[in-house]
Design a protein around this ligand. Structure first.
Ligand SMILES: NC(=O)c1ccc[n+]([C@@H]2O[C@H](COP(=O)([O-])OP(=O)(O)OC[C@H]3O[C@@H](n4cnc5c(N)ncnc54)[C@H](OP(=O)(O)O)[C@@H]3O)[C@@H](O)[C@H]2O)c1
Length: 246
C-alpha cells in the first residue's frame, strides 16, 4: 500500500457516502486528493480533517464546468468516478421520462464528459475506476432508470478496460452491494448485508491496490445476486413478481 503515497488521486462524489470515505482513506495514505462535488460546505469540512484534500466544486452533468475544472489539473495517477444518484420509477404505467433522463445523465452521460477530460491526464501505470452497482446482476423492480444507468456504466468500464490497457491505463469496475449512505437512507425496503461507507472504501482501496478488474462486495451478497442472475429470466421474473413487494 505504501506505493500509493504522494500520488494524485481524483474522486467524484466526494461530499458524502462512499466518496467521502475514499477521500479520507487516500489522504490518510499520503495521497494528494482532489475531492469533487457540488456541496462546497461538505467538501470544506473534509479539508479540515486532512490538508492533503483539495476541493473541486462542479456539477458533473455540466460539460463546460467539467472541462474547465480538468483543464486546471496536471497529471493524475488514479481517477475514481463515483458520483451518482438513485431515483426509482414508482409507477411503470406512467413512466417518468424526466426522472429517467436525470438519472441517465447523472450516472452515465456525465461519465463520458469526465472520461474525455480525464483520460489525457492519465499516463502509463495510472488507474481509472468506475463505481457502478451490483444492481446490474439481475433486473429489480422500480430500478428501470438506476439499473439501466449502472448496466451502461458496467459495460462502459469493461469495454474501456480493453482499449486503455495497451496504453498502460488500468480500468477497474466497482460493483457494491448495499452501503449505508445518504443515497440508501432514502430506501424504505430491507437492505440485506448493509455495510458502512468506511467498510466499502476499505474494500475499494484494497481492490484498486491489487488492480482487480472487478471489485464487488460484500461477497456474501454479491455472490447470491450473481447466482440468481444465472437463472433463466422467465424463472426470475416469476420469483421477483411473486416475492418482491413495492
Ligand atoms: N450506497 C449504496 O448502497 C450503493 C450501492 C451501489 C452503488 N453505489 C454507487 O456508489 C456511488 C456513491 O454513492 P453513495 O451511496 O456514496 O451516495 P451519496 O452519499 O448520495 O453520494 C453521492 C455523491 O455524488 C455526488 N453527486 C451527485 N450528483 C452530482 C452532480 N450532478 N454533480 C456532482 N456531484 C454529484 C454528490 O455530491 P454533491 O451533492 O456535493 O454534488 C455526492 O457526493 C454512486 O454512484 C452510487 O450509485 C452506491
Amino acid at each position: 500500500m505504501s506505493s500509493i503515497a504522494n500520488k494524485q488521486v481524483l474522486i467524484t462524489g466526494a461530499s458524502s457516502g462512499i466518496g467521502k470515505a475514499l477521500c479520507l482513506q487516500y489522504a490518510e495514505l499520503g495521497c494528494h486528493v482532489f475531492a469533487c462535488g457540488r456541496n462546497e460546505q461538505r467538501l470544506a469540512s473534509l479539508v479540515d480533517q486532512n490538508s492533503l484534500i483539495e476541493p473541486l466544486i462542479f456539477d458533473i452533468t455540466n460539460k463546460a464546468e467539467v472541462d474547465t475544472v480538468f483543464a486546471s489539473l496536471d497529471k493524475l495517477d488514479l481517477v475514481i468516478l463515483n458520483a451518482g444518484d438513485c431515483e426509482y420509477i414508482d409507477d411503470a404505467l406512467q413512466f417518468d421520462s424526466p426522472l429517467f433522463e436525470r438519472i441517465i445523465k447523472t450516472n452515465l452521460i456525465s461519465v463520458g464528459y469526465m472520461l474525455e477530460a480525464a483520460i489525457p491526464l492519465l499516463e502509463k501505470n495510472s488507474q481509472l475506476a468506475l463505481v457502478s452497482s451490483s444492481v446490474t446482476y439481475l433486473p429489480l423492480q422500480r430500478a428501470e432508470a438506476y439499473g439501466a444507468s449502472k448496466a451502461g456504466m458496467s459495460y462502459l468500464a469493461k469495454s474501456l478496460s480493453l482499449d486503455l490497457k495497451p496504453h498502460g491505463i488500468h480500468v477497474s469496475l466497482v460493483e457494491p452491494g448495499f452501503v449505508k449512505t445518504p443515497l440508501t437512507d432514502k430506501n424504505n425496503f430491507k437492505m440485506p448485508f448493509l455495510i458502512s461507507a468506511e467498510q466499502a472504501a476499505v474494500r475499494i482501496v484494497q481492490g484498486l491496490a491489487q488492480k482487480h478488474a472487478v471489485i464487488h462486495f460484500p461477497k456474501r451478497f454479491t455472490l447470491i445476486l450473481k447466482m440468481l442472475g444465472c437463472l433463466p429470466f422467465g424463472l426470475w421474473q416469476k420469483l421477483a413478481v411473486r416475492t418482491i413487494k413495492k
